[in-house]
Every structure is written in structure tokens, then in C-alpha cells.
Design a protein around this ligand. Sequence first.
Ligand code: HEM
Length: 405
Amino acid sequence: MKTNPIPDHVPPGLVRDFSLFTSPGMAPTLNGDPHAAVACAHDGPPIFYSPDNTRDGRGTWVITRARDQRRVLRDTGTFSSHRSIFASALGEHWPVIPLELDPPAHGVFRALLEPLFSSKRVVALEPTIRDRAGALIDGIATEKTSCDVMKDFAVPFTVSVFLSFLGLSQRRSEVFVGWVSDLLHGNADKRTAAARSIVAFIDEVAARRRKAPAVDFMTFVVQAEIEGRSLTEEEVRGIGVLFLVAGLDTVAAAIGFDLAYLARNPKDQELLRNEPDRVALAAEELLRAYSTVQMIRVATKDVEFEGVPIRKGDYVSCATMIANRDPSEIECPNTIDLARQDNHHTAFGYGPHLCLGAHLARREIAIGLSEWLARIPAFRIKEGTAPITNGGHVFGIKDFVLTWD
Ligand code: HEM
């Protein structure tokens, strides 16, 4: 039973019992297919109201069509990113940067950070990415014929690459994983504790780099200048926190969903194993079909959208997992075609906030899959087990056990 009050301006006919958190197949569930479950949003109107569609149980408008989502994501004057979602776990109000800034401030920080994420820098990191993947998979392949993919491979792989990228020590990688998991999937107490630990850690690294600069991401941030001034402590924290959180769960989840697909589709698995040149294109299709991020915007004024009254302060959800299964733009959206061309998905967002880590994420996924396929023979989901999937702001998968002969 829904307890959230429906705002008066929401026409009752537009309220749907649908949530990226609780729809059938959404709550942790055995063999759930959260992507298929949310794709059913296309059976309804292009915009509807979900009374309970955020981690903190708020209602949102849900935009289903890819074209309409792009309209929302482009129009930053009407649909703002400023929510202080991370800081709110601490009862505070500061933005993670650049994600929760709107133009023009957003553009200033984006221009500062963009060069750090260029394809050239990612290419330079490729040997490290490949080494990390290879070493982890070799460790698995020589010892066992079965493993928990997320615990043994996807999570340690992505965390290790990411810490190298940021120039942070690998020593505490398990602690980071715990924080990010509590932050995204824990209850309110765990979220607050995780947020507090992450802030304390970022503040501590920033203070250390101010005193003793190194050649790394946080040194770059504490020494950076915008518009002729240094960054404030709060700005440094806002950047550090976002980068620590943004790249961990998302990449691991993508690799998890991809391997789950390949485990269930042995012909595609064999094809990619025999023709590794196909992996990058296949990974794009899997990013589309198994998109993981729900973007939320806040209306800055009263507007009518597709004839629906959105009021100032309303939340508007642009879920990539819905847009990327839009039958009006994508032919047979629920069919996975690993050779699909012109795959204009929005798994990495759209508009000014397009993911800064997309180059890195794409290379991590493609290299992770290639190294896995090169080292692990035909694999399947272990009999008697079933992965558990979760919905939410970032979809995920766990307890995912593969076996091979
Ligand atoms: C498969 C992996 C990933 C996916 C699916 C993903 C998805 C997204 C999406 C959908 C957005 C837009 C959010 C919005 O508009 O509200 C975004 C933004 C962002 N992502 Fe990613 N991301 C991934 C990996 C990464 C990595 C590895 C990093 C860091 C190295 C990263 C850093 C960022 C940053 C900094 C932003 C904010 C950009 C801005 O506001 O201008 N992401 N990501």
C-alpha cells in the first residue's frame, strides 16, 4: 500500500503503481530481470507519476520516451540537477561536482576536469587495466572452476583500476567498496555512516595533498584554479566525493550484467570468444539493454510537459533503462543483437552532464570481458544458484556464481 501523498496537481489517471525500486522483479529477487520489468513502462503513457520512486521514497514523474528524456536533460533551466543528494544523508546542503551543478557553474568545473578523462589518458591506462584483469582472472582460473563474479572479479577489478586512475592507495580498496555499497544499497543509518566516512576520507586526502603534493587526481584538484581563484574546501570535497562514488558500482554492475547475459546465451559467448574484435560493439549493445542509471531532475518552475502539469520542486525521472528500451526509437528493443549498429543509447546520460568517465568505463568493460573470455572456458550459471538483481538509482547484480569445466 502506498503511503506517500499524491500532490493535488497530479491527475489521478496519471498515477501508476510503478517504481524503479519496488516494481515486480525490482526488489532483490531470484532470477529477476529488472530491465524487462521496467521496459513495461512503454505499455503506458509517455509520462506518468510514480508515488515512490527514489531511495528516500519520494514520488517522481517518470518520462518513458527517449526523445522526451533528451528534452528534459537538455533543458537545464527548467530541469535542474541541483539536489545535494549525497550531502542530504548528512543533513547538509552542498553539491557533488559537477553532477549537481547547473550551467553556467557546471561548465566551469566540467572544463576544468574534462582533460583528465580524455581518451588519450584512458589509452595510456590500458596496459594497467589489462594487467589487473588478467591477474585477477588468472588467480581464479588456476584455483577453481567456479566463482562469485562480483566478489572475485568485477568489483576488485573496477575498484583497483579506479584507485589507480585517481592515484589513491590500493591498500584500503575493500573499505571503499563497503562504503559505496552501503551508500547505494544500505538503510538510512548505513548510508549516513558511509557518507560520513567518505567525506572524512576525502577531506583527509585533500589536506595531505595540500601539504605534500603528488602527481595525482586530488593534487590536481587542490591546486586547481577557476576564474582566477583556488577551489573552496567544499568544492574540493564535492569533486572528490563524486569521483570516488561515480565510477565504482556502475562499471562493476555493467560487467556483471554482461557476463550474466553471456552465461545464459552460450552461442553469443562462443562468438565473442572466437572473435574478440566484436567485443567492443557487443559491449555497447549490452550497455543499452542493461543500462543501470536512473537520472533525476528537479523542476525549477511550473511547466506543462506533454500536456501534464509539472510543478516547481517536482522530481522528474529519466531512467536510462527505460529510454534504452524505447520501441519508438529502437528496433526490437528487448532483443539483444550484439552486432547492432548505430546504437545511440543514453546509458552514459545525455546533454551537459554526459558521463565524464565514459571512455574509461567503456575500456574497462571491453577489456574485462575480453580477458575473461580469453581465460575462462565455456561458463554457465552454477546449478542451484541464481543471481540476485536489484533496482534503484543504480541497478545491480550480486550472488552471481559462474561455473565451467
Ligand atoms: C558503466 C559505467 C558508468 C555508467 C553507466 C555511468 C553513467 C553515468 C550517467 C548516466 C551520468 C549522467 C548523470 C546525470 O545526468 O544525472 C554520469 C555522469 C557522470 N559520471 Fe558516469 N557512468 C559510468 C562510469 C563512470 C566512471 C568510471 C566515472 C569516473 C571515472 C564516472 C564519472 C562521472 C561523472 C564525473 C559524471 C558527472 C558529469 C557531469 O555532471 O558533467 N562515471 N555517469
